[in-house]
Design a protein around this ligand. Structure first.
Ligand code: ZN
Length: 465
């Protein structure tokens, strides 16, 4: 995945295999204990130890999670290389300073973190506001996960597979518990106050981040939480807590699985990653692992119809990515394997349409390798070209809406496969703007009728299958 090279995440998601189990306090701090008990109840697991929590004033916390060090020459070169790669696939434009951007994201976006090395929670804020309580619930869930499933081991698995699949699982589970806490543990009044508080926080975040940091970085930061929690909801509604714990013991190895949780339930796995070959004359050729479903979808939805982009992305079976330099330009090579010939044909057409809409079509090559494989090569069009449409920012409502609807249908008793099919069919006639207005759309006859028709269609399909 391209973003892994951003590195520097150590301050936030710091982990190492050093065992410092002696750091656990004998008992919970009195103001934390009730929250810990609530987390145990909602998650359905018991803490093996209490955990230390440290509160920091705003500025001090920001300092902890950002990195002001002047990057070394090598780091600077790496960051520029990745900026060139983002421009090559049309997800960034102009001057991109990835260190500044990741600092901006962390400085305003990170509210707390659980340190898997020190086994402690660090939190922004000194008072127990509702936002702090909710954030603590999230971080306490991480501590609980760590005590039962070993987060360092899960993250090492992600590093080995070059994906963020386990991260989505970890964040999705914590976000699910956080949402349940808001929904079920807060009183009506508290929930209203909390919504006010978080709306204000959200606006501040938007002011500082949106439009200043490339959309793909914001999305990449949020994808694990949003897709992860939708996938956890589907899993829970189908198999309860036991199903969630089972996935923690045998985590997914591809990001795609979290965006398409039916894969998680049906225990489907990706094919072997397509092999990439270093082009002649290429310099500094580096294999960067799985590109990931969220990135394919972003890339396509910047330039082609949202529904077409999602349908093409859905036919994913496996992928791989590489970065290199050619004639002093940064280039990206992507390998795509589809589930079958028809699916691959679909992606092939989507990519050709995408290429036509790129700022410099000469810098992009799409090659159909065989029935099931496609290769894309794209080189940095330079800083002068404007490339970004910001359409991908809105597009994510599509897969998120689908996952949420599928989870709700499973909750109502639909078999997972039928629920997934129904949710997929149900959103097809609606625009992104309509889906973004969600509660209004859900109340329309047009939506309700189409949902019923989709359910009927999918039931017949599953009988035939
Ligand atoms: Zn988290």
């Amino acid at each position: 995945m391209l973003c892994l090279a951003l590195g520097g995440g150590a301050a936030v998601a710091g982990y190492s295999l050093v065992d410092r189990g002696d750091k656990f306090p004998k008992q919970w701090e009195p103001r934390i204990e009730p929250l810990a008990r609530e987390v145990e109840r909602l998650r359905g697991l018991k803490f093996k130890h209490a955990v230390t929590t440290t509160f920091y004033p705003d500025a001090e916390f920001t300092e902890r999670v950002t990195n002001d060090d002047e990057p070394s020459e090598q780091d600077r070169a790496d960051l520029d290389r990745f900026a060139g790669a983002f421009r090559a696939i049309g997800l960034a434009e102009g001057d991109v300073d990835l260190q500044r951007d990741s600092n901006t994201l962390r400085g305003s976006g990170v509210l707390a973190y659980y340190d898997t090395d020190e086994k402690r929670i660090h939190i922004r804020g000194t008072e127990m506001t509702l936002s702090v309580q909710v954030t603590l619930v999230h971080e306490l869930t991480h501590a609980l996960q760590d005590q039962h499933f070993d987060l360092a081991k899960l993250r090492a698995l992600d590093a080995a597979n070059k994906t963020e699949a386990s991260k989505s699982l970890i964040e999705g589970d914590a976000t699910w518990v956080e949402d349940e806490y808001i929904e079920r543990s807060l009183s009506k009044k508290q929930r209203r106050d909390y919504e006010q508080e978080s709306k204000k926080g959200g606006e501040e975040y938007d002011d500082e981040v949106v439009g200043k940091v490339p959309d793909i970085l914001i999305l990449d930061q949020q994808a694990a939480y949003q897709f992860g929690s939708a996938a956890i909801a589907m899993l829970r509604n189908e198999g309860g807590q036991r199903a969630v714990d089972a996935v923690f013991r045998k985590p997914p190895t591809a990001d795609f699985v979290m965006m398409n949780p039916i894969w998680l339930i049906e225990d489907r796995t990706k094919l072997n990653a397509p092999e990439l070959a270093k082009p002649d004359r290429a310099k500094n050729y580096e294999l960067t692992g799985e590109f990931g479903a969220a990135w394919w979808f972003s890339m396509l939805s910047e330039r082609i119809d949202f529904h077409d982009a999602l349908e093409a992305t859905d036919s994913w079976a496996s992928d791989s990515s590489a970065i290199y330099e050619l004639d002093d330009k940064v280039c990206v090579e992507l390998g795509w394997d589809g589930t079958d010939r028809v699916a691959t044909e679909n992606m092939d057409q989507a990519l050709r349409q995408w290429r036509e809409a790129m700022p410099d079509t000469r810098a992009v090559v799409v090659t159909r390798v065989d029935d099931d494989s496609i290769k894309v090569k794209a080189c940095d069009p330079g800083r002068a070209r404007s490339a970004v449409t910001h359409r991908s920012r809105d597009a994510f409502v599509l897969p998120l809406f689908r996952a949420g609807l599928a989870a709700a249908l499973v909750d109502q008793g639909a078999p997972p496969h039928t629920a997934w099919c129904t949710a997929d069919e149900a959103l097809k006639p609606f625009s992104v703007a309509e889906l973004n207005s969600n509660s209004e759309l859900f109340e329309t006859d047009r939506y309700q009728r189409h949902l019923r028709d989709s359910a009927k269609l999918c039931k017949t399909r599953s009988v035939e299958a």
